[in-house]
Design a protein around this ligand. Structure first.
Ligand code: MTE
Ligand code: MOS
Length: 807
């Protein structure tokens, strides 16, 4: 067991405690950034001037009429920017653009004494534009060869030869939708100018350090002159990894120019029309199987819909390529990736960060091909699992392949898979218009930022003279329970009760140069840093206690607020006494902690290396029932076993698994993001701009019988106190529902019917799949066995080296 992973007796990690702010959340006392407005004097409100064209050149911008509106204080335009007019790190994202790149793009901002004054001022601003041709769909962009960023290629073995030698070769394509984050709290920033021109920005951001950097470069300041604080977020889900920066910069610019605090909060329709979403993808593929149904080769081209600027599209694409294998050994692989440039919001991180998109491709392939191969889908999946010793296409050994198998077997067992499969068959035999299906799918998800430099964390731990402890760390809280885990880590590492430790909000002047709280790595990185800080303090306190206890310092133990030597029944000293004594002996009672994940390397141009510290695993079995007249369905039962290592905080982890799964079900079956792609004035407009038209999962979509458990005996050597990351991987357990819907639709046709299923698999999409199955049409699989394989994809161009931010 490693020093990092070992748990002391009486550890506070591993106990089931509620979320640290649960009481505040449910009583409404928790403060979010916008709640600070009422506590701040003389706040100005910002409103965007959005231009409703998918693509246009701004030929005139007249702001004077806005200044005539009562209560309007100032209009912010590009001419006001003292530093760099860019909202991102790639310099392809003008903060005040003179070319409108998507429907709803903001070209300037109005500051008003009230929100209403700012809104009326924005209405009064006159913008003249010259419309330009726009690309709205990913297919249009492919057709026009409109791509942006690098075009990575992941390759292993000789794909042509492997396909030629395959007993079965199929090819197909799929286009699937993105997803709106729909965090309950929309984007928000509140900026103030301190004495001496320093800027303080409160922002709902997953990446305070990068928000700080962008605010600094827009204002022409140094990072030391800008402080960013994030109290907490009402959900981020990746949507606040990159997108808050420009908004924070607008608020900060307004504060600089007016000397007054500026609040910028997007309302829901502004948030949906202006900020990035999960990338939708288009994929073309060719796959080979041997006679036993074992994968032999995969040749695919993935084209993501990047929207108007790069944002995080390159790292998202890299993660998609690195997860196209999911849990399966594919000897020969060639995957080309490219990013379409479309006139849409700039698509960004969303829970799973491209991983779900890559995995959808292989799960779709297996689900479509299984009937044609004459193999049950669960058997086809199981047969293709990695074995220990095999490597992913990018060359990382799959060290815990046996653990995935154990997880799979546990779901088969506790989920009564065999018996229920028989029940489903019996039900279907007796039911003409309603069919059921039971599907099981695995998840293998790599943990760490692909971009190696991001795999570091920092923390600041203060022990005060009275023995109370205050911790700060580089991670942000968005509901995922990171702060709860960090409190537990500190209490465990210091050997004090949880009640002794308090946590202060995330600020860049407490812990600098932090990574985004993303890639599910928050607990790994910041937990490592908190633990490190605590250990520095204990090393000093051990010297003090050793003198008191008359034992060697190495034998001093801290547990439950009591300090003792190794001998049972020996003398003890209360924690508070040791702390007080240390203070009077002039021993430092606080420490800055640091952690870097060891053993990672990644060559982003060659797409090779070991980018991940470990893989997280999970398996889900879902049973659905489909109505053949309407395509409406119910999720009858879901069984999940998920691998979080030795859980740091079981209630938090179960919540993450449940929430992630349901969010994945939303993406795959309900949330139907629609852009107007017909010619006309509305071209490029998002028609699903609110909860009335964009269907989110709610209680009614929860599985009727939902059984989630954490894999036992799952100690992880490579992470803090033996745990594993949990935030994103469970989202991909939702493939079980999509695959069950596919199988249920197939049950309306003759045995062996293969089914194409659109994504999202809304009731409408399921209805059409049922219709196709009934008519015996089957999936649009081309059996390319006799033909020479078609080379796919563009020529290789190395991935941009300027990847500064990613997960
Ligand atoms: N859970 C809640 N409740 N709210 C969120 O916004 N974001 C998810 C996941 N779980 C999110 C969440 C995403 S996208 C990530 S990357 C992780 O939490 C980030 O937190 P972690 O690194 O602490 O797991
Ligand atoms: Mo999560 S998509 O890495 O913020």
């Amino acid at each position: 067991m490693s020093a990092l992973s070992q748990r002391p007796a009486g550890a506070v990690v591993g106990t089931a405690v509620p979320h640290e702010a649960a009481a505040l959340h449910v009583t409404g006392l928790a403060l979010y950034t916008d709640d600070l407005v009422g506590r701040t004097k003389d706040v100005l409100h910002a409103w965007p001037v959005q231009v409703m064209h998918a693509h246009a050149r701004v030929t005139a911008l007249r702001t004077d009429p806005a200044l005539a509106v009562p209560g309007v204080v100032r209009v912010l335009t590009g001419a006001d920017v003292p530093g760099v007019n860019d909202a991102g790190v790639k310099h392809d994202e003008p903060l005040f653009p003179d070319e409108v790149m998507f429907y709803g793009h903001a070209v300037c901002w109005v500051l008003g004494e009230t929100l209403e004054a700012a809104r009326l001022g924005a209405e009064a601003v006159e913008v003249e534009v010259e419309p330009l041709p726009a690309l709205v769909t990913v297919r249009e962009a492919i057709e026009a060869e409109a791509f942006q960023g690098g075009q990575p290629r992941l390759e292993r073995g000789d794909v042509e030869q492997a396909l030629t030698a395959s007993a079965h070769v199929f090819s197909g394509e799929i286009e699937f939708a993105g997803q709106e984050h729909f965090y309950l709290e929309t984007h928000c920033a509140l900026a103030l100018v301190d004495e001496n021109g320093q800027v303080f920005v409160q922002s709902s951001t997953q990446h305070p350090s990068e928000t700080q950097e962008i605010v600094a470069h827009v204002l022409g300041l140094t990072s030391s002159e800008v402080t960013v604080q994030c109290l907490r977020m009402g959900g981020g889900f990746g949507g606040k990894e990159m997108q808050p920066h420009g908004l924070a910069a607008i608020a900060a610019l307004g504060a600089r120019l007016t000397g007054r605090p500026v609040r910028l909060r997007l309302n829901r329709s502004q948030d949906i029309t202006m900020t990035g979403k999960r990338h939708g993808f288009h994929a073309r593929w060719q796959v080979g199987f041997d006679d036993e149904g074992r994968l032999t080769a995969l040749d695919a081209t993935l084209t993501s819909d990047g929207g108007w600027s790069l944002d995080l599209s390159e790292p998202v694409l890299a993660r998609a390529l690195c997860h196209i294998d999911n849990a399966y050994w594919i000897p020969a692989v060639r995957v080309n990736g490219r990013i379409a440039r479309t006139n849409k919001t700039s698509q960004t991180a969303f829970r799973g960060f491209g991983g779900p998109q890559g995995m959808l491709v292989i799960e779709d392939i297996l689900g479509r091909c299984a009937p044609t191969l004459g193999i049950d889908p669960h058997e086809l999946r199981r047969r293709n699992f990695y074995a220990v010793g095999q490597e992913t296409p990018y060359g990382q050994p799959v060290r815990q392949a046996d653990r995935l198998l154990r997880t799979w077997d546990q779901v088969l067992d506790t989920g009564d898979f065999a018996a229920r499969t028989a029940e489903v068959a019996a039900f279907n035999a007796g039911s003409l218009h309603v069919k059921r299906a039971l599907a099981i799918t695995p998840v293998k998800f790599g943990i760490s930022f692909n971009f190696t430099a991001f795999n570091q964390g920092g923390a600041l731990v203060h022990v005060y003279k009275d023995g109370s402890v205050l911790i700060t760390h580089g991670g942000t809280e968005m509901g995922q329970g990171l702060h709860t885990k960090m409190l537990q880590v500190a209490a465990t590492a210091l050997g004090v009760p949880l009640s002794r430790v308090r946590l202060a909000p995330t600020r860049t002047d407490k812990v600098p140069n932090t990574s985004a709280t993303a890639a599910s790595s928050g607990a790994d990185l910041n937990g490592g840093a908190v633990k490190n800080a605590c250990e520095q303090i204990l090393a000093r306190l051990s010297q003090v206690a050793a003198e008191q206890l008359h034992v060697p310092a190495a034998d001093v133990r801290f547990s439950g607020g009591v300090v003792r030597g190794l001998a049972p029944g020996g003398p003890t000293v209360p924690w508070e006494d040791v702390v007080r004594l240390a203070y009077f002996s002039r021993v430092q009672l606080w420490a800055a902690g640091y952690y870097r994940t060891e053993g990672l390397h990644w060559d982003s141009a060659a797409m090779r290396g070991e980018p991940f510290k470990y893989f997280a695993h999970g398996v889900a079995a879902a049973e659905v029932e489909v109505d053949g007249f309407t395509g409406a369905y119910r999720v009858r039962r879901v069984d999940i076993v998920h691998d979080v290592g030795d859980s740091l905080s079981p209630l938090v982890d179960i919540g993450q698994v449940e929430g992630g799964f349901v969010q994945g079900v939303g993406w795959l079956t309900l949330e139907d993001l629609r852009w107007e792609d017909r010619e006309g004035p509305n071209r490029g407009r998002i028609s699903t701009q609110s909860a009335s038209t964009y269907k989110l999962p709610s209680f009614s979509e929860m599985p009727e019988d939902f059984r989630v458990s954490l894999l036992e005996s799952a100690h992880e050597e490579g992470a803090v106190f033996g745990s594993k990351a949990v935030g994103e991987p469970p989202l991909m357990l939702a493939f079980s529902v999509r695959e069950a819907l596919r199988q249920a639709a197939a049950a309306f046709g003759p045995a062996g019917t293969a089914v194409d299923l659109a994504s999202p698999a809304t009731p409408e999409a399921v209805f059409w799949a049922v219709e196709a199955a009934r008519s015996g049409e089957g999936a649009h699989l081309r059996d390319g066995g006799e033909q020479p394989p078609q080379p796919t994809g563009p020529p290789i161009r190395p991935t941009s080296e300027r990847v500064l931010s990613e997960s």
